[in-house]
Design a protein around this ligand. Structure first.
Ligand code: FPP
Ligand code: MG
Length: 303
């Protein structure tokens, strides 16, 4: 079965699970969700191959990913997700949270009907990603340059569910899950660093959300930290004053110019590549070229 067809089957499973919840309002709300790049599904399938169980596991992980983004958009007060108004923007925070709860709970019910190790892997991941979100909120309460705390938060917030997808693939295929956990952890951290770079380098149309939204939401990401370290006292004060606020076009340009001038973007790319390489090394003996392709696609992506 080709990958595109497998992804369509996963979407069909997601639709089926949502219909099974048996509620018109849930159906209506979820019709406004748009499916993302399905990275976690591609990863799981690259490891396990296609079977009914792997397609179901992918659908359930995608539903949990959607649930976490529904909650995240409420927390971040985000108005746009994947080029469309977010559910919280369209229907309010209460509906967004409850739709997240429905998707999350239904996914766990269905996971518990598969190999119990899949439910254990994914539920441990959700604990981690929720902790990651708490860390994200806490780090956004002040301007900081704590790289270690940032990397730890990326591991929890983003890598955790990627680890689970890789681990579930390994479980379904009977492979050594520890190798795939290390691969997923490093891939996930690299993925988040690239995400944080794109926030500064891409325009709003390409991103599907306003450019520099991390900066405006009060998040200190790796490119910002690396730039900040190079600024003089006067410029540092300017950055601190602009941070966590709406910006004019001139102010955005002011920051982007300094990002380039101080090589903060290229240094961040190098840092992402360090993690990508660790991911590569973890699976070097697994004889699976798709795992390298996934790393390359993720590093070279533009949105
Ligand atoms: C996106 O971060 C957010 C996440 C990757 C994880 C969010 C997790 C939670 C809210 C916990 C969910 C809990 C349950 C029970 C499902 P971001 O804001 O950096 O990325 P963005 O720019 O795509 O919004
Ligand atoms: Mg967000």
């Amino acid at each position: 079965m080709g990958l595109e067809f497998a992804l369509e089957r996963i979407k069909a499973y997601i639709d089926m699970y949502i219909k099974e919840c048996g509620n018109d309002e849930v159906l209506n709300l979820s019709s406004h969700l748009s499916q993302g790049k399905m990275l976690r599904s591609k990863l799981l399938l690259a490891i396990s191959g296609v079977s009914e169980d792997s397609l179901r596991a992918c659908a359930l992980i995608e539903m949990i990913q959607s649930a976490s983004l529904l909650h995240d958009d409420v927390i971040d007060e985000a108005q746009t997700r994947r080029q469309k108004p977010s559910i919280n923007a369209l229907f309010g925070n209460k509906n967004a949270i409850m739709l997240g709860d429905v998707l999350y709970s239904k996914a766990f019910y269905e996971l518990s009907c598969l190999d119990v190790r899949l439910a254990q892997s994914v539920s441990s991941a959700v604990v981690r990603l929720s902790i990651g979100e708490i860390e994200d909120v806490s780090l956004a309460s002040r301007f900081h340059t704590d790289k270690q705390a940032y990397i730890k938060m990326c591991g929890n917030k983003t890598a955790a569910l990627i680890v689970a997808a890789a681990e579930c693939g390994a479980i379904l295929k009977g492979l050594n899950k520890n190798i795939y956990r290390i691969y997923g952890e490093n891939l996930g951290i690299a993925f988040q660093i690239i995400d944080d770079i794109l926030d500064f380098t891409q325009d709003s149309k390409t991103l599907g959300k306003p450019s520099m939204s991390d900066f405006k939401e009060g998040k200190v990401t790796l490119p910002l930290m690396l730039m900040y370290e190079k600024l003089d006292e006067n410029e540092r004060e300017i950055v601190q004053n602009l941070w966590a606020k709406e910006l004019s076009e001139e102010q955005e340009i002011w920051i982007k110019v300094r990002m380039q001038k101080h090589n903060a973007i290229s240094q961040s790319i190098d840092e992402a590549k360090v993690y990508a390489n660790k991911a590569f090394m973890a699976v070097a003996n697994e004889n699976n070229a798709k795992l390298q392709e996934i790393i390359t696609q993720m590093i070279e992506r533009t949105f």
